[in-house]
Design a protein around this ligand. Structure first.
Ligand code: BYC
Length: 472
């Protein structure tokens, strides 16, 4: 198996595709469908070329190459992290056995389902972000949006490769379906809730890349532990690309908060609307929305699906090898979020069925670090205001709290109370209209919209006023 991607091939890859003519032909016949999906559902803004990074090596050093490329000619390809021939399964009933290079028959359905769900989110996010280019606050941000988009496209390739290579005819059909479902479609929506929500403005985009891409980080982290080695290796490499998406979200919200704080201090006011910035309560409401819909992506607080995945070795825990237990969990219990006598509480369950909660908790702790960071920006500006993550029961549609309404502080509410007060906690039409009114494109080199601070650093050592994107 070669390690460096081969770019002389129609489909760049490091999986020796040329040695498997059947698979190569199948993927080459999927490729034009992908490209026509990209043309129809991908970035709507016409561009000549974009300063993009392309993966050139999956190893630790120097895996990325930066250049101006027309987006349609981006070399989407199939890259798996290097194979460890001695890799052993790290958890579940097969712990200690050699990792699988082929799909065991008894786990075929479950593995295919996990790969399809993962694959479905990737093109969904590109669809959600399709129109954002038209209102980018700077060429730097525009370039980052497109980088995220092409890499989500590549992540779709990653899952389609697994479906084609390991799941026969069913896999090929599922790969087609990944291009037919569409975000927000009434007839054939994307599978998971958050991926059918709109991303209509750049504050939503930054919140999405902070909160929803972070679910991606955690889910990929658990699939990286998988006993099915090709899935593990593909997720390991996807995680490297994912780090940039996290950076876009984290620093994007940083810069919105920084600009708002600056104008609040300079003008000694909380109301920055007259100054063309986004008020902190609006930022908080966007945060509340994106965080709560992203919590839903982890599935039920208790789930037999996740118990089965873990026991079978399909999906591990975040940082499985750092956990100090038997990695089987058959005799363990844990406390999960629950409604007990109609009250928000905790209930003891078998640890295996609580693994969605385990992952959600890791994710919540990580989300808190972003909020701390944004609060430091407010603090250094000398402002007393603070942002906060809402309570885990707030605005939930999946899991133990789906059936109740709760305030951001975790107070249970009647339906009538919730309806009266929700506009204070979730983005209202007025908020969205106001934020949208700020979304005027700034497509000039070195310029930036008034509602956001410039980034501290450019991309790949380039200055902020670099020509990151050349419009058509
Ligand atoms: N919306 O047993 P339960 C990313 C379904 S993001 C709609 O509690 P389970 C990215 C569930 O499918 C990462 N349906 O759930 C980010 C099940 O249906 P069935 C994506 C939902 O299976 C940004 C039923 O409810 N990857 O990469 O333990 C940009 C009972 O559920 C939802 C993955 O998610 C929902 N929110 O856990 C680009 C990894 N939640 O079987 C990319 C793969 C649950 O009754 N997926 N349901 O028909 C999984 O590991 C699991 O399927 C889930 C759900 C975590 C999603």
């Amino acid at each position: 198996m070669t390690v460096a991607p081969d770019y002389s091939e129609k489909i760049p890859n490091n999986v020796g595709l040329a040695d498997d003519r059947r698979l190569q032909r199948a993927l080459e016949s999927w490729q034009p469908n992908f490209l026509s999906w990209w043309e129809q559902m991908g970035p709507a803004l016409p561009t000549r070329d974009v300063y993009l990074r392309t993966a050139v090596n999956v190893g630790r050093e120097g895996w990325a190459h930066f250049a101006h490329v027309p987006m349609r000619d981006y070399r989407w390809g199939i890259f798996l992290a290097e194979r460890d021939p001695g890799r052993l399964i790290g958890f579940g009933q097969h712990k200690g056995e050699p990792a699988w290079q082929q799909v065991p028959g008894e786990y075929r359905g479950d593995l295919q389902r996990l790969i399809v769900i993962q694959g479905d989110t990737e093109p969904a996010s590109v669809e959600q972000q399709r129109n954002l280019g038209g209102t980018a606050p700077s060429l730097y941000d525009l370039r980052n949006l497109f980088q995220v988009n092409v890499e989500e496209g590549r992540h779709l390739w990653a899952m389609v490769y697994l479906l084609h290579a390991h799941f026969g005819r069913d896999g090929r059909e599922e790969a087609e379906e990944l291009l037919h479902r569409n975000s927000g479609s009434a007839e054939s929506p994307r599978i998971l809730g958050a991926f059918n929500e709109e991303t209509p403005d750049w504050l939503s985009f930054f919140m999405f890349t902070y909160f929803t891409d972070r679910d991606g980080k955690y889910q990929l982290g658990t699939l990286k532990e998988s006993a099915f080695d090709p899935l593990s290796r593909t997720c390991e490499f996807m995680l490297k690309e994912e780090a940039h998406h996290m950076m876009v979200g984290t620093t994007g919200v940083d810069r919105v908060v920084e600009r708002t704080a600056q104008l609040m201090v300079e003008n000694d006011t909380d109301d920055v609307t007259a100054l063309g910035a986004i008020p902190l309560p609006v930022i908080q409401r966007y945060l509340n929305f994106h965080y709560s819909v992203s919590l839903d992506l982890f599935g039920g607080d208790t789930s037999t699906n996740v118990a089965n995945y873990y026991t079978a070795g399909l999906k591990g825990r975040w940082m499985e090898d750092r956990r100090a237990d038997d990695h089987k969990l058959t005799d363990d219990g844990m406390l999960v979020d629950a409604l007990v006598d109609g009250q928000i509480a905790q209930a003891e369950v078998a640890a295996l069925t609580g693994l969605n909660t385990d992952l959600r908790r890791e994710y919540i702790a990580d989300c808190q670090s972003g909020v701390n960071r944004w609060n430091k920006i407010l603090e250094s500006a000398g402002l007393p205001h603070r942002l906060a993550l809402p309570h885990v029961a707030f605005n939930r549609k999946v899991g133990a709290y789906a059936g109740v309404e709760a305030s951001p502080d975790g107070e249970l509410l009647t339906a009538a109370d919730w309806n009266k007060r929700r506009a204070a906690w979730l983005p209202s039409d007025v908020d969205r209209t106001y934020v949208r009114s700020l979304m005027q494109p700034v497509h000039e080199r070195g310029k930036i919209a008034a509602w956001i601070a410039p980034p501290r650093n450019g991309i790949n050592g380039q200055p902020f006023d670099y020509d990151y994107v050349r419009l058509a």
